[in-house]
Design a protein around this ligand. Sequence first.
Ligand code: ATP
Ligand code: AMO
Length: 466
Amino acid sequence: GHKWTPVRTLTSALDKQEVLIRGRVHTVRAKGKSAFLVVREGGATVQVAFFVDEKVVSKQMVKYISGLSKESIVDVWGVVSVPPEALASTTQQVELSGRKIYAVNKATPQLPISVDDAARSEQAIAEGEKKGEKYVRVSQDTRLNNRSIDLRTPANQGIFRIQSQVSQLFREYLLSQKFVEIHTPKLISGSSEGGASVFHLQYLGQPACLAQSPQLYKQMAIMADFGRVFEVGPVFRAEKSFTHRHLTEFTGLDFEMEIKEHYEEVLDVIDGLFVSIFEGINARCQEELEAVNSQYPYEPLQFLPQGCRIKFADGIQMLHEAGFKDADPHGDLSTELERELGKLVKEKYHTDFYILTDFPIEARPFYTMPSPVDPRYTNSFDVFIRGEEIISGAQRIHEPELLTKRATECGIDVKTISAYIDAFKYGALPHGGAGVGLERVVMLFLALNNIRKTSMFPRDPQRLTP
Ligand code: ATP
Ligand code: AMO
């Protein structure tokens, strides 16, 4: 059996050793009796130089290599050498002296996009253009239409490896806090959040919906004495608006927990969880962060280890004082005002991450607990990164009468959620929780400008393929 060495592990420690690698033809250049092949595996690249000699590298072999199409899969045997000068064009600081090559699979020469074009930063394009060079700018739609190539860029490799770590860190932290992972149905009989954004379908002849959230089921799990639960799963929203931060299907990181005294117990979990996620990403994903940063430069996220909480009413006051007189103390915040408040909070508290608490009741879903001190407000919150929402959450109503009244007021057909309301009749624990949008967390942590960059195969009002 052969043994393949991963390209990213090729270092000077392997000097003079023969290795076998498998990767893609990134670039190939032929020059007389030599061929220079850059092999790419994941985000890592290494140069392999073939020189015609009497014994192992024949003329035909060099000719064959120079004819290989980009993105083809090759096995390459070569001897590691350390070049005298640092290499700028590959990620690995060693070269291989090529001995043998085998094409495992050839790519069509007519690629719809090139990985080099897809990987080039705006800055590199601008600098090149100043010198009179011409580059192909790959549009968002072209990228998404050819996603399996687009995803091969180092930045995209970084984004989705970071995304994997975010959900991993979410799990690790909540498991360490005695939460239980659950799985709730996505085929349900009615709307779980209210509003119009629900996909309707036929369920073996009866009307049904795709779950807008695990909301009702995660609460029922608390009524079933699981104490603290979480779920990582798909969330469906029939959003008709085409924005940089809305998808019609996204990944929800949800949790729900018993509350002993105050809903701030939920906020404490969020603060601990996100410090753990941010620090974990910074510690585990250095290479990935650099890959993203070199295509999409960003300011590292600032956050406070102790967290930052601001009451909605105080946030409105900050906006009023800054001249945003239309900020409504009893309504929702517009996207623009959310951004402005994010800037004000950053100036004052030096953090890109904060929790806005005690929202007005008009702005919240039916299951939200009204404030015991002022019924115009609620025990609820949103969490923001760089002025954009990543989380909504709240204490929930656990009295069935009040729940029925609030659902009716919010236009929900209570017949469709009767099992949910009944669950609170059999002895109900005070509880609360939150829902996090995974794609938004990654987008905003990395200061990317579009949620489609952090969804592997995004679904939006205009896109159902690939
Ligand atoms: P949540 O569902 O928790 O409220 P969300 O982030 O999904 O959060 P929406 O409720 O859809 O956001 O909208 C929040 C704000 O975003 C709204 O106040 C609205 O001003 C703004 N918004 C929504 N859709 C658009 C759009 N198409 N263009 C501009 N702003 C929008
Ligand atoms: P909400 O509707 O605010 O709350 O959703 C929770 C979080 O999910 C993300 N999100 C979205 N991401 C991408 N595309 C969308 N269309 C989209 N809509 C929402 C956001 C948002 O903060 N049941 C409550 C949560 C709870 O109270 O526990 C809920 O679903 O990051």
